[in-house]
Design a protein around this ligand. Structure first.
Ligand code: MSP
Length: 505
């Protein structure tokens, strides 16, 4: 059984040079569902998201908009918060890197690494991709000195920088990962991270002088912190690091950083090295996702193939959209977004499976049970399916595998629909046999409602009420709420409008 405790979960903080798109929504929805799952387990959860507002990329976007960078960031950051509200993202904290609490944390972390002797002055000569905010060596570039991720030409520059001596951390990082197996999920992404460390580590620049839009180094204010050093520290800042106390340890180390595969190097190599240098424990886990591709390309402002999440909500509803994001692509792998895929998934799993089960149960109860839900039988054949569904769903969430978690929950929906089709209660006369079949189906549906609620918070609350249950489904606690026999019976069951009307593509 999961030990109840604290669960600190983070998303990457999003650059404010672009408005929220499907790629940002992807990670944020996965985090929200995982956070909700942990709340059901009884954990005290802190789900953090936010915005990354410093650096050259934002400075340039602000220049192009004719605004100073703070005003520019102020105009975009709320759009992320609004998008998350509209997608029912129940975040507990939203951090902006322009907040004082963040600046304090960055100054503290920099100072600790400097005092440890791991930050030193040197000269940087080389290539830089502004879209990545990352330095590249010649052999990493595509033909024509282009960035391997954005396929656009990189800039060449030379300046005096403070360097973080990452090269000193190879053994310490390898030892740390060896002592913490399973810290990075899924495993093939862990291999990628370990591979990066084994292939040799280059010192990275921790400051810039040509840029003013950033957090000054505490010991040399002519330099501002490199934007990745700055951004990564948000995870500590939101826990309270840098406030002059050790209170951050209430939440730190974080349980999982959710990240995309493009930022493995920063999160799984730079970040733990920075923390080890500063004498702060690395996070407990990283869950690395792939990209959602559109026509085989990563969705990005610079690629021009941006899909706005809120447009899709108009077609399939908030829960329909959340479900698609969670169920369609195994977390870790790339997924191909298509409108046809979105509608097909909605029709198959939501309209036909969950929607159909809910309406069928309510219809038969109205016709054959006088509209009152009967209690389940203790020895129902569905009880085994429910127990198996709970076990598999919990095991999948435990390793941040939402598509597998939902697939496991949907097994119970399928078993319940099959149970109804085998016994055809709609063909029987009212009486104990019909009551028994429907009581079992209601109980299975109650359990499905709890298990699916992290993905479909609104719909599950509606089902909960329609089958006559009190309170909020979010107040349920696992594993008790998944134990067979919880439906009390003798409750009014309401049919209501279709939860997921079929969409004709
Ligand atoms: N600001 C940095 C992160 C700093 S965290 C300390 C950043 N921001 S970002 O807005 O460019 O991207 C944030 C995350 O969104 C990354 O994990 C990236 O992988 C993810 N996605 C952006 N586009 C994506 C898709 N098309 N598909 C899935 N996720 C992608 O990087």
């Amino acid at each position: 059984m999961h030990p109840v405790g604290r669960f600190y979960l983070t998303t990457p903080i999003y650059y404010v040079n672009a408005e929220p798109h499907l790629g940002h929504a992807y990670t944020t929805i996965i985090g929200d569902a995982l956070a909700r799952w942990h709340r059901l387990l009884g954990d005290d959860v802190k789900y953090l998201t936010g915005t990354d507002e410093h650096g050259l990329k934002i400075q340039q976007a602000a220049d192009a908009a004719g605004l100073d960078p703070q005003a520019f960031a102020d105009s975009i950051a709320p759009k992320f918060a609004d998008a998350w509200d509209r997608l029912d993202i129940a975040y507990d904290d939203f951090i902006r890197t322009t907040e004082p609490r963040h600046a304090n944390a960055v100054a503290e972390l920099l100072q600790r690494c400097y005092d440890a002797g791991d930050i030193e002055l040197d000269t940087y000569r080389g290539k830089y991709c502004v879209s990545c905010e990352e330095y590249y060596t010649d052999d990493e570039l595509l033909e024509g000195e282009r960035c391997p991720i954005h396929k656009r030409p990189v800039d060449t520059f030379e300046e005096e920088n403070y360097f973080f001596r990452l090269s000193r951390f190879q053994d310490r990082l390898l030892d740390w990962y060896a002592a913490h197996p399973g810290a990075i999920v899924p495993e093939f992404r862990a291999n990628e991270a370990i591979g990066l460390i084994r292939s040799g580590l280059r010192d990275f620049s921790a400051s810039r002088t040509s840029l003013k839009w950033g957090i000054p180094l505490p010991w040399d204010p002519d330099h501002v912190a490199y934007v990745w050093f700055d951004a990564l520290t948000n995870y500590l800042a939101a826990a309270g690091f840098g406030d002059g106390t050790d209170a951050y340890r209430t939440w730190w180390p974080a349980d999982y950083h959710l990240i995309g595969k493009d930022i493995i190097r920063h999160h799984c190599v730079y970040w733990p090295a920075m923390l080890l240098s500063a004498g702060v424990e690395p996070p407990k886990g990283w869950a690395v996702g792939g990209w959602l591709l559109v026509d085989g390309e990563k969705m990005a402002k610079s690629t021009g193939n941006v899909v706005k999440p809120l447009d899709l909500v108009d077609t399939v509803g908030v829960d329909g959209f959340r479900y698609y994001v969670l169920a369609d692509t195994p977390y870790g792998s790339d997924g191909d977004f298509s409108y046809e895929g979105l509608v097909a998934r909605y029709n198959a799993d939501l309209a036909n499976n969950l929607g159909n089960l809910t309406s069928r149960v309510a219809t038969v109860i109205a016709k054959k049970c006088g509209g009152t839900g009967p209690p389940p039988a203790a020895d129902s054949p569905l009880a085994e399916h429910a127990a198996a569904a709970y076990e598999a769903t919990a095991a999948a969430w435990d390793v941040v595998a939402p598509s597998r978690a939902l697939e496991s929950t949907w097994q119970l929906i399928r078993a319940t629909n099959a149970h109804l089709e085998t016994h055809e209660p709609w063909k029987l006369d009212p009486g104990p046999e019909v009551d028994r079949i429907l009581g079992d189906a209601l109980e299975a549906l109650r359990i499905v409602t709890v298990l699916a609620s992290p993905a479909l918070p609104n719909t599950c609350q509606s089902i909960w009420q329609r089958i006559g249950l009190d309170g909020a489904v979010t107040d349920q606690r696992l594993p008790a709420a998944a134990t067979w026999g919880g439906y009390p019976g003798d409750r009014p069951v309401e049919k209501g409008a279709p939860l997921f009307p079929r969409i004709n593509a």
